[in-house]
Design a protein around this ligand. Structure first.
Ligand code: COA
Length: 540
């Protein structure tokens, strides 16, 4: 495989300015991550209270379960960011993938320091998404349960609909039936929805003194029956392991619980992460020839200045080698075969606007990868499909549709990273959320919307003024319309707005992207290969 020619000028002023700007972006990301982990109104008090009760914080709980040195790929840390007055840092729940005895598991851990671990809309979405990832990637689930169930003031947004609380139970039962183990440790006052999680698990452990399971907690029992009852008498570990049989194991401390949990995991007969892939060509990995740190200088802080995506690929893939397909045709899209952590992959990456030829080239390449069962990695940086009369005559609508259709119908695992703009139908053709990539991550410089704020300002102002035909509109009023449209688009295309709503599986640094993709590919390689189906290749 040929090496990508390095064209980056590290000594240029542009490179230095870009690095400085991107480092500021990464500082903001780190600060906001920290807020999700320990920040928020009254949070230090609730964290202290948690510790005073002898309880461990959710991320530390995960650390006590996973193998020493195992990575923990945390998902959607910033879910809920900027919503509900920031009362739910991290959406009150921690999800992610870690190894136990070399086997990857999905962890779903409530954060009782955020509104008693109760779930508001972004929290439910995060729980559901973690389960969907587990299902698609054949992962067992470990629930570290410490939750007051539905966040009652917003019950209409978390209780009744398809992907609300009921949907989490449905998924739990379906995964269990599919042979994906569902294991729980009960670590707090698990009420109502929180109670069904351990009750629906294949096997569960309760920690004496802190773990409780009840459909209605003491306040509900008092309201309903007028009885005042101690929480342990109502649903403590002794009651549930010795009398009701709701629980299978009782231990004295959290540390004992995680030791026992690791023992239970060892008996579940799951494939290790390094189990030989039956269907995908995987070889010894090799680091890229150029450091990922240079990506910070390649991405232009001024988004109007383009960059060559090959230079990004060179810093993500093994040996910076890339076998490019059709490099002389459809040059706004770059496609080719390469390896990430030894896994053979097809990469589809934008160099700006998608023209008809680009769409056809991408379609052809997607079909090739599908025929050869090669997973696809999409690197999105596009303002969308080309508009204008020439483009319409060239059939951009049908050619773009071919690409969209090929992405929708290919059966290989797909992974998407938003490395820049993700605008218009470009988001769809490049395997946005609606096209079910197994994972979708975004860089903190990315932007996602129907169109860029600049374009929206002009288009929507014209539409608005057109609708006000005849009315006298002053220059100030027009300026105000422009400002408000631009403000709306800037706010809503911000990556933090997106990640807060789980349009992605998390914001990640360019520096971590290769490792994250490597883990995603290892998960895919560990599972069954894509089903056969039709694997037609049409020359476009
Ligand atoms: N909905 C809304 N808020 C909830 C909640 C829920 N289901 N569960 C807990 N909270 C809030 C509390 O109001 C409190 O908010 P504040 O910090 O703004 O004062 C915070 O979470 C901590 O709750 P607190 O009761 O002080 O913590 P705790 O650790 O002593 O007890 C629970 C935790 C979960 C056992 C207890 O809060 C409880 O029983 N909650 C009600 C659970 C319930 O009835 N659920 C039914 C769901 S259908």
């Amino acid at each position: 495989m040929r090496a990508i020619t390095d064209t980056v000028d590290r000594s240029s002023e542009l490179f230095t300015t870009n690095v400085e700007a991107y480092e500021r972006d990464l500082d903001v990301l780190a600060e906001r991550m920290q807020f999700a982990i320990t920040g928020g109104r009254g949070r230090s008090r609730s964290i202290q209270r948690h510790h005073d009760r002898g309880k461990v914080l959710p991320r530390d709980r995960v650390d006590m379960v996973i193998d020493e040195g195992s990575p923990f790929v945390e998902l959607s840390t910033l879910a809920g960011w900027g919503q509900a007055d920031d009362e739910f840092p991290g959406a009150g729940i921690v999800t992610g993938i870690g190894l136990v005895h070399g086997v990857p598991w999905m962890f779903i851990a409530n954060d009782a320091t955020v509104k008693g671990g109760s779930l508001f809309p972004a929290g439910i979405k995060k729980h559901v998404r973690a389960q969907d990832i587990a299902m698609e990637n054949g992962l067992g689930c470990i629930y570290l349960v410490d939750s007051g169930g539905a966040f009652l003031p917003m019950q209409d947004e978390v209780f009744p609909d398809r992907d609300h609380f009921g949907g989490t139970f449905h998924r739990q039962a379906r995964m269990s039936a599919a042979g994906l183990p569902q294991l729980s440790v009960v670590l707090g006052g698990c009420t109502a929805g929180g109670a069904y999680v351990p009750a629906l698990s294949d096997e569960n452990i309760m920690v004496e003194g802190i773990g409780r399971i009840f459909l209605g907690g003491p306040p509900i029992v008092k309201a309903a029956l007028g009885e005042v009852i101690d929480p342990d008498e109502l649903g403590g570990a002794a009651l549930h392991t010795r009398e009701s049989g709701v629980s299978d194991h009782m231990v004295g401390t959290e540390a004992e619980a995680y030791g026992l949990l690791r023992e239970l995991c060892a008996n579940t007969n799951q494939r290790r992460i390094d189990a030989p892939a039956g269907w995908l060509d995987v070889i010894e990995p090799e680091p890229p020839a150029h450091p990922a740190e240079e990506i910070l200088g390649i991405i232009n802080a001024d988004t109007r200045i383009p960059f060559d995506v090959r230079q990004i690929i060179a810093r993500l893939v093994d040996g910076s080698r890339f076998s490019e397909f059709k490099p002389e045709w459809g040059t706004s899209i770059v496609v080719g075969t390469t390896r990430i952590w030894g896994h053979l992959v097809g990469v589809i990456a934008n160099n700006g606007i998608i023209f008809s030829e680009d769409a056809l080239k991408a379609t052809h390449f997607i079909e090739l990868c599908n025929q050869r069962a090669i997973p696809l990695v999409f690197l999105q940086n596009t303002t969308g499909y080309m508009v204008g009369r020439d483009s319409e005559i060239g059939g951009i609508a049908k050619n773009g549709a071919k690409m969209v259709s090929a992405v929708a119908n290919c059966r290989v695992p797909k992974f998407t990273v938003l490395i820049g703009g993700s605008f218009g139908a470009g988001n769809y053709g490049m395997c946005g959320r609606g096209f079910d990539p197994r994972f979708l991550f975004a860089w903190p410089n990315s932007r996602i919307a129907t169109m860029a704020a600049d374009t929206a300002e002009t288009v929507l102002t014209d539409i608005r003024l057109g609708g006000m035909k005849g009315a006298d509109t002053t220059e100030e009023e027009i300026a105000e319309i422009r400002r408000s449209i631009r403000g709306q688009y800037e706010e809503q295309s911000d990556p933090y707005y997106a990640t807060s709503r789980l349009w992605d599986d998390g914001l990640i640094s360019p520096l971590d992207t290769r490792d994250v993709l490597g883990l995603c590919l290892a998960l895919a390689a560990r599972g069954p290969g894509p089903d056969a189906g039709d694997r037609l290749v049409y020359r476009m």
